[in-house]
Design a protein around this ligand. Structure first.
Ligand code: GLU
Length: 367
């Protein structure tokens, strides 16, 4: 098995990031497996210069080591484009329930670039990847309210357009209309087992919907980049927050499509993958922990002389490795001690979101 840390370098790490990364590190190291570091800096406008280096320093200081060289998403545009080109050769109509029989479409993969003289004109065959001309306002106007995890199911406007009027799509591309690229979903249920939340089922079309793989500003989406990376890097142990449970089903789908399209992976295509999605951390008012809560920032904590053992102990306690966090108080411990206490059954003993009470937090850290 191979695990991963996958931080977005958009600021200093805070308690929520350490909690997720400790979970990933413990899962990999418990079974003696390796863990890779991937800096998720694909969304360049969100990247804070120097944040990746500070994160690497912070991980080392916390005692959370990784194997091999860090991978930077910003250096992998060619790989994402190659993956997208492969997916662009597939047709949605050929995707069966198991999506193992995905066929090859008959239009040119350049159709969605800036060149306009290609045809998207294969009657009866809707491409798996299609251009979407909708603005956010269009989508909001046509959508049901967002789900709690901020997922909006795309109402399918441009999916219908390409299915019903491919000539119109061709014209709009020819006139240079701004567009993103979406992956079409099928009426298929993706089932997987999660170490913490148990068996999960998501219907792709109903629960997830057609999803952006390349934004209209040209940036490859998180969903595409992370799936390509996990496949390419041979990641088989995925640990992250439960807000990504639904995304996990989508990523399984994209992964299967990539394999069907002939994407070369360092792992056998049928490699077993372990998924673990962690409870989120809320403040006492029940709001999700936000980055702007500066007191939770490693910069602030270390400036107050907080030790790595205090931080690891707090996050191990949040994970449930010091008994049920609803009934115990956090105790400092180092990463090796946390490893001694770690098991997924300890984490899943309480799957409720964790509550971080600021007064108790300040008292524990001596702030
Ligand atoms: N980069 C994401 C984050 O910082 C994690 C993505 C993942 O684990 O798939 O929240």
């Amino acid at each position: 098995m191979t695990g991963r840390f996958a931080p977005t370098p958009s600021g200093r790490m805070h308690i929520g990031n350490v909690y997720a990364m400790l979970g990933a590190w413990l899962s990999a190291r418990k079974t003696g497996d390796s863990i890779r570091l991937r800096i998720e800096d694909i969304d360049e406008p969100r990247v804070v210069p120097g944040a990746a280096e500070t994160m690497m320093h912070d991980l080392g200081w916390l005692g959370l080591d990784w194997d091999g060289e860090p991978v930077f998403q910003s250096a992998r545009h060619t790989l994402y484009q190659e993956a997208l080109n492969l997916l662009t050769n597939l047709n949605i109509d050929e995707i069966s329930d198991t999506i193992s029989t995905i066929g090859i479409g008959s239009y040119d993969s350049d159709s969605y670039g800036t060149t306009a003289n290609n045809t998207i004109n294969t009657p009866g065959a809707t491409p798996l990847i299609y251009p979407c001309f909708c603005s956010r306002a269009d989508i909001r106007a046509a959508s049901a309210p967002q789900e709690g995890d901020r997922f909006t199911v795309y109402p399918g406007t441009c999916h219908r357009l390409i299915a019903n009027d491919p000539q119109r799509v061709k014209q709009r591309l020819a006139s240079g209309d701004r567009h993103s690229l979406r992956i079409a979903t099928t009426d298929t249920t993706i089932a997987f087992h999660d170490e913490v939340f148990g068996n999960q089922h998501y219907n792709l079309a109903q629960d997830i919907g057609d999803t952006i793989v390349r934004r209209s500003d040209g940036i490859y989406s998180y969903q595409l980049a992370v799936t390509v990376d996990d496949l390419d890097m041979g990641i088989t142990d995925i640990v992250r927050g439960r807000d990504l449970l639904r995304s996990n089903a989508l990523q399984i789908y994209i992964r299967k499509a990539l394999i069907a399209a002939g994407f070369q992976s360092s792992e056998p295509a049928d490699a077993a993958i372990s998924y673990a999605h962690l409870p989120l951390i809320d403040n006492a008012a029940g709001q999700r922990l936000a980055k702007r809560e500066r007191s939770l920032d490693l910069g602030i904590l270390t400036a107050h002389g907080v030790t790595a053992q205090q931080i690891i102990g707090y996050c191990a306690w949040l994970l449930g490795l010091q008994g049920n966090p609803e009934h115990t108080k956090p105790q400092p411990m180092n990463a090796a001690e946390a490893l001694g206490e770690f098991s997924w059954s300890a984490v899943r003993a309480n799957t409720s979101d964790r509550v971080l009470d600021q007064a108790e937090f300040n008292a524990y850290f001596g702030l």
